[in-house]
Ligand binder design. Sequence first.
Ligand code: GLU
Length: 306
Amino acid sequence: MRQLNPSPYIGRFAPSPTGPLHFGSLVSALASYLDAHHHNGKWLVRMEDLDPPREQAGAADAILRCLEAYGLEWDDSVVYQSQRWDLYEKYLSRLRKQDLLYPCDCTRQDLQTMGGIYNGRCRHRQINTTQAHAQRLKLYDLPTGFNLGEELRFTDLIQGEQIQNLRTQAGDQILKRKDGLYAYQLAVVVDDIEQGITHIIRGSDLLEVTARQIFLFQLLGAPVPTFGHVTLASQPNGQKLSKQNLAPALRFEDAATNLWHALIFLGQKPPQELLEYSPSEILMWAKDHWTLKNIKGLSAVYTPLI
Ligand code: GLU
């Protein structure tokens, strides 16, 4: 059992089980693991299995086995979002009571005609709630008592100062979908609150949705974690390396090599001889030498090793 000091650091890796881990997900997992361990904190794993139509059978287990093979051991038990619907409902009803939610029956096409940013149309419409509808969260023009402006600023540990206008750059957010599933934007914040997460180190593809998540923390009166968005591994055509575009699964037998390359990708300058070591020895070196200041840029091309 690892001795934890009283440092309040709690970090997490929160994969969606839509496929096996690939190099891009290794970069995020490794960065959050190393930042937590460097600060003698806890590192939790949360399975974001919230969207069955997008999931792949067996992927959740494959992800956990892969983390183990790479020496990325987590603290506490893995939390599965599919088992926490009561919790999400509880938070939704709290927001509903505060008049922060409203029903919406707009379609994807409606959203497209609005230019992709929801313009609050259903705030002013009578919705037939006996038919399928989504639940949207107000991000601006809030009920009296909420003194939160439209402009949200935060400092990202890696990407620096960020500013987003919630009305023009985010728009009211769906928290429960028309098909009855809870939205990622709700579940991720509820779980980060419930698990006491203090630091969120993740891929820069999520930088854009961070302001709306911070806003939800604030609406719920919860402490806002510190965020850091690491460089995203992309393909030469600029596309994100992802399960959707079939990034190759990480092979267990390449753990040491892939960890070493992920450290290079994260600007950590591991010595060449570290390649000869085991995953846990590589992680030991990396934890001691970890620095966020060498991580540069939103995205960088990664060419998979053959
Ligand atoms: N489950 C999300 C994903 O795999 C990540 C959520 C997060 O780190 O906040 O993209």
